[in-house]
Design a protein around this ligand. Structure first.
Ligand SMILES: NC(=O)c1ccc[n+]([C@@H]2O[C@H](COP(=O)([O-])OP(=O)(O)OC[C@H]3O[C@@H](n4cnc5c(N)ncnc54)[C@H](O)[C@@H]3O)[C@@H](O)[C@H]2O)c1
Length: 261
């Protein structure tokens, strides 16, 4: 008899599901039978991920969403609820990188990055959490970065990612008694379009893949292998297993040992 998929009957929203880590998470939840809404500002790529999810046997829709806009977020959650009836899982992966330091960053850039990364995570949590409380079940996974702890000069990015940890701990405390768990995943240097965009060419990036030690102490994975989006997705999936029901309010690092916490 075929084994029952682990997320059969569950409904998920993955923000930033059109690319990189969010793409891998969307595929992973769909493969395990969840119905998934891919909420991304890049709607063309999001629909391609919908096709992939369907090929994996899942049900999926894409909703064009700007997570920094409450109107856009509430409309996306309404669409997801209309399509699938409920929401059990929210994975807030959508984010943008930003390089300027405190002295260099403009007020506009600061506001943009905080609005997408931090406010976007807040808005998505707020838009689903009452539904989760009402059904006494919910799993929320938010995304930080090693830069919250060890900034490499990117002021707004590091601040937004530190804020996500504080926000997540606050929410975890508020909802722990209602069956809603809130955790933060902190990827290390991961092979995604966001990471590749930092390098001048794919050839230069490949030299790092071939020799990750070049990244230097604190960023280079001790395992000798760059983290892949699937490594992060596999870890996120653990948080949806009944065996991990007692994990909430945690900040969980996946980085090949580059940063030990
Ligand atoms: N790649 C890494 O090494 C790394 C390391 C630490 C943390 N992270 C975090 O992981 C998350 C995913 O990163 P990634 O590398 O997969 O990035 P990515 O650029 O490949 O994907 C980010 C996705 O977010 C979407 N997005 C951007 N702005 C949006 C908005 N306003 N509304 C909705 N969607 C929006 C993009 O369209 C894209 O699909 C980010 O939050 C990032 O900060 C990544």
């Amino acid at each position: 008899m075929p084994q029952k998929k682990e997320l059969t009957g569950k409904v998920a929203i993955v923000t930033g599901g059109a690319s990189g880590i969010g793409h891998a998470v969307a595929r992973a939840v769909a493969k395990e039978g969840a119905k998934v809404t891919i909420a991304d500002i890049d709607i063309k790529s999001a629909w391609k991920v919908v096709d992939e999810c369907k090929k994996l046997g899942g049900e999926a829709i894409a909703v064009k969403t700007d997570v920094s806009s409450s109107r856009s977020v509430y409309r996306m959650v309404d669409d997801a609820l209309r399509q699938f009836g409920t929401v059990d899982i929210l994975v807030n992966v959508a984010g943008v990188r930003s390089a300027p330091s405190v002295r260099e960053v403009s007020e506009e850039e600061w506001d943009r990055v905080i609005a997408i990364n931090l406010k976007g995570t807040f808005l998505c949590c707020k838009a689903v959490v009452e539904h989760m409380i009402a059904k006494k079940y919910g799993r929320i996974v938010n995304f930080s970065s090693g830069q919250w702890f060890r900034p490499v000069g990117a002021a707004a990015y590091a601040a937004s990612k530190g804020g996500i940890i504080s926000l997540s701990k606050s929410l975890a405390t508020e909802v722990a008694g209602y069956g809603v768990n809130v955790n933060v995943v902190v990827p290390g240097f991961t092979d995604t379009p966001m990471t590749r965009s930092v390098f001048p060419s794919d050839e230069v990036f490949q030299t790092i893949v071939d020799n990750p030690a070049l990244l230097g102490s604190g960023i280079a994975p001790l395992t000798g292998r760059i983290t892949r989006p699937e490594d992060i997705a596999n870890f996120v999936m653990l948080l949806f297993k009944p065996a991990f029901d007692n994990v909430t309010g945690q900040t969980l690092h996946i980085n090949g040992g580059s940063l030990m916490w």
